[in-house]
Design a binder for this molecule. Structure first.
Ligand SMILES: Cc1cc2nc3c(=O)[nH]c(=O)nc-3n(C[C@H](O)[C@H](O)[C@H](O)COP(=O)(O)OP(=O)(O)OC[C@H]3O[C@@H](n4cnc5c(N)ncnc54)[C@H](O)[C@@H]3O)c2cc1C
Length: 655
């Protein structure tokens, strides 16, 4: 399979050295096969992102700026108004102090309808559009970011979204009203040995005639200690006539055999109820299988196409909050005879925070409205927003800490005790950090997006580098590639971006739109050059691919800003200023990324890292106390009944 060359892992050539399990489990090649099989292969709708990486700047797919329907807007705004009232009452500091969301708040959120924002009204939910769902998430999370994690784990990846998308009518009727009313749900994929690599899923689902019996251990399930329902990914064994495979089950959390063994705690998001959960002979009826046996990872990936937008929503909310603090503080704090914001070193940080906040909001809103319109395939754009927003919001928070000086490092309680405004700046940094890791780490997002970016090339020419392809297939691919590239390559040489009058309708932003058009062709040419140079080996060039994807993300961000600013220019001229400033910043980054594509330290870094892992420089680690070595990096575990007490948290019953 051609695509198999291109999933997180390695090339066919490189794979020979690596095609063995690092510990017991699937080989690298099997891991790639599983990930590739879960990919949605068809493109039935146009994709701005896909075209961008092919050097075709399809502005028409995103311009004019979409608008929500009057009904969606009215419903959404009314919900936001009610959510704003609740958010004002949230005691975020209490959540932080007690490291838990207090009981009463669950009831208030349920009364608001916050657990059913994405669920259609027919099943008891609010039926909000993606746009308003994510605005509401950002708003409520500003009360405390753990609330964003609670609501998003519940409905972006927990029961509501996959059941809404893939459930039967009977399953929708059975589960959706429950979760819409406030019964919390959780999503259980990760295991001690399963992180970025779902091929390793070891939780088994053994058919027992009427249903399945689940056995295994699930790690880091957000909401796991309080959920009434889980979506569990477990492996059905292959039998005669049934290929088995990773399957999604809706599981009642109080089923016999389930033990919540621990509540985990983290750097940030102190209020989340994240759990280690054991399954020992847990019976699940066959009617709780979602979409069919072996479709679990497809469900997970398709769910994330829009589900992934909720993390950027948190990043947008976080950045807005940072901007607010940065402005207030930097205008008032005077050092060296001036407000600190008037010193250039601080001013550039304020400009970065403001420009980035505008860009993140523009990207997210655009993606949400495209998802709501259902006219475009947004899988690449949503992935780009997740990647970009999580990285940039983290930088925004870091810059805010710097701007706040010592007070940035001080806790809100400590500030307040001294009679100062309790800005939770150190907390926002801690809370935002996880976004770069979960729902696809930055490294995995780079590979996932790169895979989509080269999809056309693999379709056309993949068989040429596929060692499993027959001679005939290779010959056909050569002919196909010759035809495609003869037509495609010349299109990279010329385009509207070279014409000074192009995109005039964008006024002062036209120059940036032209830059995006030119850069789109340039990044496509760079990817092609990389493929020509490394062929199948390009997949191992993760640093190169990461930069190419980052360029795409910047270009998408610039496009979203310019299109939005143009649309809103008449009613709000500040958008043009913010978009212009952001684009100036983004262009500096894009130029640096283009340079680094070919001028970098990747080769020496690879060599150095290998030697580090071989232990060549352990002397460098001398002179400090090391961590204890009597425990393993990943705890071993055995199947069987739990030997620890259940630590589930019972929420008060609502009358
Ligand atoms: C607070 C929190 C909440 C979570 N909530 C949930 C939840 O609700 N449900 C759930 O199922 N899971 C949840 N997770 C798990 C989360 O999704 C995983 O942490 C994430 O998928 C990464 O897996 P890992 O931590 O095992 O890292 P690993 O997979 O061990 O990766 C370690 C590092 O290697 C990199 N890496 C791995 N493979 C590759 C590759 N092929 N190429 C390049 N780099 C690679 C990773 O990017 C990372 O930097 C949660 C985790 C946390 C911390």
């Amino acid at each position: 399979m051609v695509g198999e060359l291109w999933t997180p892992g390695g090339t066919v050539t490189a794979q020979k050295e690596h095609a063995r399990p690092t510990t017991q489990g699937p080989t690298e090649r099997e891991a790639r096969r599983v990930a590739e099989a879960a990919r949605q292969t068809e493109w039935t709708k146009p994709s701005f992102g896909k075209e961008l990486f092919l050097g075709r700047f399809r502005l028409d797919l995103v311009d004019p700026w979409p608008t929500p329907s009057p009904e969606a807007r009215a419903k959404g705004e009314a919900f936001l108004a009610r959510a704003a009232e609740l958010t004002e009452r949230i005691d975020g500091r209490r959540i932080e102090r007690e490291a838990r969301i207090y009981d009463e708040l669950f009831g208030e959120l349920a009364d608001l309808g916050a657990f059913g924002m994405k669920i259609p009204e027919a099943y008891g939910g609010q039926g909000l559009s993606n746009l308003y769902y994510n605005k509401a998430l950002a708003l409520i999370a500003s009360g405390n970011p753990s609330l964003g994690a609670l609501l998003s784990a519940h409905q972006s990846i927990g029961v509501p979204q996959p059941v809404k998308m893939f459930g039967t009518e009977e399953q929708k009727k059975r589960f959706l009203p429950r979760v819409a009313a406030g019964e919390v749900s959780a999503f259980l994929l990760t295991e001690p040995d399963v992180g970025s690599d779902p091929a390793r899923v070891a939780t088994s689902a053994t058919p027992d005639g009427e249903g399945y019996v689940l056995d295994g251990l699930k790690l880091w399930a957000t909401n796991g200690t309080i959920a009434g329902l889980f979506v569990v990914m477990a492996r059905v064994p292959a039998t005669d006539g049934n290929r088995g495979g990773i399957t999604a089950f809706v599981v009642e959390a109080d089923s016999p055999g389930i033990t919540v063994e621990a509540r985990n705690s983290f750097l940030g998001l102190r209020g989340i109820e994240n759990a280690l959960i054991r399954f020992d002979g847990v019976r699940v009826p066959a009617e709780n299988v979602l979409m069919g046996v072996g479709r679990g990872l497809k469900i997970a990936l398709a769910t994330l196409n829009t589900g992934r937008l909720s993390l950027p929503a948190m990043c947008v909310g976080g950045s807005k909050w940072c901007l607010n603090v940065a402005r207030g503080w930097s205008a008032e704090r005077v050092q060296w005879g001036r407000a600190v914001g008037a010193h250039e070193a601080v001013a550039t940080k304020i400009a970065f925070i403001a420009g980035t906040t505008y860009a993140l909001e523009s990207m997210l809103d655009l993606c949400c409205m495209l998802a709501d319109d259902e006219t475009n395939d947004i899988r690449i754009e949503a992935a780009l927003v997740k990647l970009y927003a999580s990285e940039m919001a983290w930088k925004v928070a870091d810059e805010l800490i710097q701007i706040r000086g010592g007070r940035g490092y001080e806790t809100a309680d400590s500030l307040e005790a001294r009679g100062e405004r309790p800005a939770e700046v150190e907390q926002i940094l801690r809370d935002l950090r996880i976004n770069r890791i979960f729902e696809g780490s930055t490294e995995i997002m780079h590979l996932l997006i790169a895979r989509e970016a080269v999809d056309t090339h693999l379709d056309v020419a993949g068989d040429i580098i596929d060692p499993d392809a027959s001679k005939r297939a290779k010959a056909e691919a050569v002919a196909r590639a010759a035809g495609f590239y003869a037509g495609w390559l010349p299109t990279l040489a010329v385009g509207a971006g070279f014409m000074p009058s192009a995109y005039r309708e964008f006024g002062p932003l036209a120059k940036h739109v032209r830059f995006v058009e030119r850069s789109s062709r340039r990044v496509a040419a760079s990817i092609f050059a990389g493929m020509a140079r490394w062929q199948g080996g390009m997949e191992r060039r993760q640093a190169f691919l990461g930069r190419a994807v980052d360029i795409g993300a910047e270009l998408f961000a610039m496009t979203a800003c310019c299109v939005r600013a143009k649309a809103e220019a008449a009613s709000d001229p500040t958008g043009v200023e913010l978009a212009d400033a952001f684009c100036e910043q983004a262009r500096v980054r894009v130029d640096a990324l283009f340079t680094a594509l070919w001028h970098n330290s990747d080769t020496s870094d690879r060599k150095l890292a290998r030697k580090v892992l071989e232990g060549r420089y352990t002397k460098l680690e001398d002179g400090v106390r090391h961590i204890r070595e009597d425990l393993p990096w990943v705890a071993p575990w055995k199947l069987g009944p739990s030997t620890t007490p259940d630590v589930r948290r019972k929420l008060p019953k609502r009358g």
